[in-house]
Design a binder for this molecule. Structure first.
Ligand SMILES: [Zn+2]
Length: 208
């Protein structure tokens, strides 16, 4: 075969592998999210994507191949002070009855109108003032490094798109909008768009 042509084919193959590899990575993640999370294996996925380093006490973020891609400090800034009413990964009777998968967040109950603050600094990338989804009125914050947090069931949002926010800033207020059985905040953290255990990022308890 013509050497030049062979070289072109080889380099094309290489590129194809990179493209396919990237596609597989993108396709694989939602597959983990759907298959494993629906089978209540959320904790295993969570631990593969984010974990505390026992030596440095930093939160380490991994990609799907187990490579560390980022690290950050633990946070003491729970979104609200309150009582945990549902944990990450729970798969209780009412979830089965309602046809819901296992819980993708930590629920913290508090009085309606309690101010909600982001657990870490970041930029507001979604403000839902219509609340037509299960999440209800909600705000999503991008913390960089493929980490996002989501706060659901608000009675009122108090953030604007692209707003830079930090712990202490009020982004909304506790409510019971969307699919909710009482006043609480559904505090969800996504890594690569996949829900992980928010507790991995947090120190202490939300009840102060
Ligand atoms: Zn919840």
């Amino acid at each position: 075969m013509n050497k030049l042509l062979f070289g072109v084919i080889v380099s094309f193959k290489k590129e194809a592998y990179i493209v396919l590899g990237t596609l597989a990575f993108i396709l694989f993640l939602p597959l983990i999210a759907v298959v494993v999370i629906s089978n209540a294996g959320v904790a295993a996925v969570s631990q593969a994507l984010v974990a505390i380093n026992p030596v440095t006490h930093l939160v380490e973020i991994f990609d799907s191949k187990g490579n560390k891609i980022d690290e950050r400090e633990l946070s003491t800034a729970w979104p609200i002070k309150g009582t945990i009413t549902d944990t990450f990964g729970s798969f209780g009777g009412f979830r089965v009855n309602l046809g819901l998968g296992s819980h993708t967040a930590i629920d913290i109950g508090a009085n309606a109108g309690t101010p909600i603050t982001p657990f870490a600094k970041g930029k507001v990338v979604m403000v839902d003032n219509l609340g037509n989804t299960a999440c209800g009125l909600s705000v999503r914050v991008d913390h960089g490094g493929n980490v996002e947090s989501l706060y659901c069931h608000m009675s009122k949002t108090n953030a604007t798109l692209q707003q830079e926010v930090k712990p202490g800033d009020v982004i909304g207020y506790v409510g019971s909008t969307g699919v909710s059985t009482g006043n609480h905040v559904h505090f969800q953290v996504n890594v690569h768009g996949i829900p992980v255990n928010p507790r991995t990022f947090m120190v202490g308890e939300p009840n102060g």
